[in-house]
Design a protein around this ligand. Structure first.
Ligand code: SAM
Length: 252
C-alpha cells in the first residue's frame, strides 16, 4: 500500500483528535459526576428575539443565520421520506423545513420548558404528523421508535453527550436511514474543527456508519452585525461541513 502525505496528515490528525477527545472526555465525565451537562441551562430562563434564542449568559442557543444550514439538514434527513426524528427544537428552523417534506411522522424532542411552551403556543402540538416529547433525549429514549431520518442538535451538552447518543443509533435509525447532526464542533477554530470532523467520522465508522461531509459555504450567511450582543462567536469558519451518515453493510 502506498501512503501519501495526505494519509500521513490524516493519521496525525486522528491521533491528535483522539488525544484531545480523551482529555475533553475526562473533563466532561468529571463535570457529569455532579449532574448532567446542561442542568443549569435547562433550569434558567431563555429569551427569544426574531433572529436568536439566548440563554441568561448572553450566549446564543440558536441563531437565524443558520436557517440555510437547517434547510440543508432537513433535506438530508427527509430524503427517505417516512418517519423523522429531531432532537432539539430551538427556533424550530429545522422542524419548519422538515414539515415542508410532509413526513409520515415527525417526532420532536425538546427539554427546555420555555422552548416547549413556545412550541405549543405556535401550534406545533396541533400538527397532524407531529409528536412532541418534552424532556431530555436521555430521559425519553424509551419512548423513541426507529426512524428513516434523524437530526441531532442540542445546546450546552458536550461531545461526550453526542457520542452517547450515537451509541443508540443502531436502535433508532432504520436500515438505509440517514442521520445528521449540527456540526458546530470547535466551530471557532479551523484546525480543531477538522480534528473533530475526523474524530466523529471515525467513531461513527466504528459503529458501522459512513459519514459524508458535504461542504456548504457560510460566509454570506454571516452579516457583519450578526454577533452583536452575543457573548460567544461559536462559528467563525467559511465552510460548514454537513454530515450525512448512513449504515453500511460493507466493511469500512
Ligand atoms: C441549538 S438549539 C436547536 C436548534 C434547531 N435545530 C433549530 O433549527 O432551530 C438546541 C435545542 O436543544 C434543546 N436541548 C438541550 N439539551 C437537550 C436535551 N438533552 N434533550 C433535548 N433537547 C435539548 C435546547 O433547549 C434547544 O432548544
Amino acid at each position: 500500500m502506498v501512503y501519501t502525505r495526505l494519509d500521513g496528515w490524516k493519521r496525525a490528525l486522528s491521533v491528535c483528535g483522539v488525544q484531545a477527545e480523551l482529555i475533553l472526555g475526562t473533563i466532561a465525565r468529571k463535570d457529569k459526576e455532579s449532574g448532567h451537562s446542561n442542568a443549569c441551562y435547562l433550569e434558567d430562563r431563555v429569551s427569544f428575539s426574531e433572529d436568536k434564542l439566548m440563554d441568561t449568559d448572553s450566549k446564543a442557543v440558536m441563531m437565524a443565520w443558520e436557517k440555510p444550514l437547517m434547510e440543508a439538514h432537513a433535506k438530508a434527513v427527509c430524503s427517505n421520506e417516512g418517519h423523522v426524528l429531531n432532537i432539539g427544537f430551538g427556533m424550530g428552523l429545522v422542524d419548519t423545513a422538515i414539515q415542508q417534506y410532509n413526513p409520515i411522522s415527525h417526532t420532536i424532542v425538546e427539554a427546555h420548558p420555555e422552548v416547549y411552551d413556545r412550541m405549543l403556543r405556535n401550534g406545533w402540538g396541533e400538527k397532524e404528523n407531529v409528536k412532541i416529547l418534552f424532556g431530555r433525549w436521555q430521559d425519553v429514549l424509551p419512548q423513541l421508535e426507529s426512524y428513516d431520518g434523524i437530526f441531532f442538535d442540542t445546546y450546552g451538552e458536550y461531545y461526550e453527550d453526542m457520542r452517547e447518543f450515537h451509541q443508540h443509533l443502531p436502535k433508532l435509525l432504520k436500515p438505509g436511514g440517514i442521520y445528521s447532526f449540527f456540526n458546530g464542533l470547535c466551530g471557532d477554530n479551523a484546525f480543531f474543527h477538522v480534528v473533530y470532523c475526523n474524530l466523529v467520522s471515525l467513531e461513527l465508522e466504528n459503529l458501522g456508519y459512513t459519514t459524508q461531509l458535504v461542504p456548504l459555504p457560510v460566509k454570506d450567511c454571516l452579516a457583519k452585525d450578526v454577533w452583536e450582543g452575543v457573548r460567544q462567536k461559536y462559528w467563525q469558519l467559511d465552510t460548514y461541513y454537513l454530515p450525512v451518515c448512513q449504515y453500511t453493510d460493507e466493511p469500512v
